[in-house]
Ligand binder design. Structure first.
Ligand code: NDP
Length: 505
């Protein structure tokens, strides 16, 4: 994928006008309206104006999707085909997503407010490569033969769990869907997936591309609609075997309750964080630290579960880091997401912008010093824009240091000793991702071991890549990990087959 694919502002506007949007539920291989005909408006967060109406699914639609998924599973049209054939179909799907990256990126930009340079240049290529990575693994994984006694043969094999329900968020609509769909489909499951209501459009088109690639009818179903009806129906459904969720901790807890109250379905939760970036006194390249720290909190408008929202810096270097961050801000223009030079687009909704601004007010009220940002901007566009916001003088007990803000709001916290840095870093309910900046290998290894986080990056802001698992400690995660081969295990059941051999005659 190259930069040349990213349209300029005029091309983007013309292509948006020509988009043919899919707005119905995708069940059993067909687009269809909701049973009761209801629809809801999806709006462009950069203008506040409606884009289109999307089918508002309900409990009956979830039932229909689960029935289609179960039928596909029972008939073995996906789970029992030659693994090489399943691989080829998923590879074809990935190619089609790549070929449609510009169309999909435009859809996601108008639906989610995300910069076009990210949606076309990053999100769609990563969506395709995620599907491709899991597809490639399909015909390379082996079962096991146990060291059972003489006269017996015992095999340990993996089987698809059956019907997987997935409920995904709005911050990376296509990518988060791919993180679930890639391993769930690669391992032979049928899936019923619900996108966030604010961002339904790209997934509907991606599902259609899957059907074009040859995913059999009923194997991939998309039910759009509200979380408290469609999401809850997935959580409660007695014929869904596993539910994979990315979103808020509050909703994640409900899936655990529903699993306990229904059929003990397996629950996989990825629930956000309050991630720490630790900057030690010995770092030599402060510009590098600032550039990475900015990516960590301003990328995707800070609407990122692994956002590095707490910058914990040695007292002796804090002013220098703040100055370097101010310089770095020039690289983060806020504006029209369809403009390829924009790095910070619109927040997902007015309600979410207000929520983030409430945190800004809370930070000020608790005595943190607002260094920059903190005000709604570009209001004349009708969109929900907030520029990069930095608070200095934050204590780790302040609300802005404890709760996930999910916006471009950075809290700078000082420390004096390594022990103090680790204590502050770990003093959080979450544990998703962390960064450590130091030129001392000893500090890097010591601190990486101490941090209670699922991913620790050294001298960079990073979540790893497709080869590495992604998941959290504490309130950030439960039940499994996205990405890597470890994601395959969670969508499968483990079977022992025990064979007693007859003695030779
Ligand atoms: P939610 O957790 O509410 O939404 C995530 C997904 O869950 C969406 O598909 C949503 O559907 C669905 N959902 C919502 N309510 C229910 C419910 N009662 N039962 C089942 N499914 C439900 O996140 P929000 O959009 O409300 O964002 C709130 C906060 O959550 C953010 O500010 C952030 O802190 C955190 N968050 C974390 C994410 C992450 O990547 N870990 C992603 C998104 C949010 P619908 O859109 O229809 O409501």
């Amino acid at each position: 994928m190259t930069e040349t694919l990213i349209p300029d502002r005029e091309e983007a506007a013309a292509e948006v006008a020509g988009l043919r949007l899919r707005t119905n539920l995708f069940i059993g291989g067909d687009f269809r309206p909701a049973r009761d005909g209801r629809r809801f408006v999806t709006e462009n967060p950069a203008t506040g104006r409606p884009i289109t109406e999307v089918a508002e699914g309900g409990v009956a639609d979830v039932d229909a999707a689960v029935a289609a998924a179960r039928s596909a599973a029972d008939r073995g049209v996906w789970s029992r085909i030659d693994p090489g054939a399943r691989k080829q179909i998923l590879l074809d799907w990935a190619d089609r997503i790549d070929a449609s990256a510009r169309e999909l990126g435009l859809i996601e930009t108008i639906d989610a407010g995300k910069p076009i340079s990210d949606t076309v240049g990053l999100d769609m290529p990563e969506t395709a490569s995620c599907i491709r990575w899991h597809a490639e693994a399909i015909d390379k994984l082996y079962g096991q033969v146990a060291p059972s006694p003489e006269g017996t043969v015992a095999t340990i094999t993996r089987e698809p769990i059956g019907v997987v329900g997935a409920v995904v968020p709005w911050n990376y609509p296509a990518q988060m869907a791919a993180w679930k769909l890639g391993p769930a489909l690669a391992t032979g499951n049928s899936v019923v997936i619900k996108p966030a209501s604010t961002t339904s459009l790209s997934l509907l088109r991606i599902a259609e591309l899957g059907a074009d690639a040859g995913i059999p009818d009923g194997v991939l179903n998309v039910v759009t609609g509200p979380g408290d009806t469609v999401g809850a129906a997935i959580g409660r459904h007695p014929d869904i075997d596993c539910v994979a969720f990315t979103g808020s901790t509050e909703v994640g807890r409900r899936f655990l309750t529903w699993a306990a109250e229904s059929n003990l379905k397996r629950v996989l939760l990825e629930l956000g964080g309050k991630s720490q970036q630790l900057v030690f006194g010995d770092v030599t390249d402060m510009a590098h630290v600032a550039a990475n720290a900015a990516v960590a909190i301003f990328w995707n408008m800070g609407e990122n579960c692994s956002a590095g929202s707490r910058l914990i810096v040695h007292r002796s270097r804090k002013e220098e880091l703040l100055a370097a961050l101010q310089t770095e801000l020039a690289a983060w223009p806020v504006g029209d997401p369809l403009d390829p030079s924009t790095k910070i687009g619109a927040l997902i909704s007015e309600q979410h912008l207000d929520r983030v601004l409430d945190y800004v007010h809370a930070g000020r009220a608790e005595g943190a010093r607002l260094v920059t940002g903190g005000e709604r901007i570009l209001e004349e566009t009708g969109g929900y824009f907030l520029g990069p916001t930095i608070f200095d003088g934050v204590r780790n007990d302040m609300q802005i240091a404890r709760e996930e803000i999910f916006g471009p709001v950075l809290s700078v916290i000082e420390f004096e000793t390594e022990a103090e840095a680790v204590a502050i870093a770990n003093d959080t309910a979450h544990g998703l991702a962390a960064s450590v900046y130091t030129d001392d290998l000893n500090v890097a290894h010591r601190v990486a071991r101490e941090l209670t986080a699922g991913t620790v990056a050294i001298n960079v802001y990073a979540e790893g890549d497709m080869t590495t698992p992604f998941g959290g400690y504490k309130l950030s995660g439960f039940g499994g990990h996205d990405k890597s081969i470890h994601a395959h295990d969670q969508y499968t059941e483990m079977k022992t087959t025990w064979i007693v051999l007859k003695p030779a005659r």
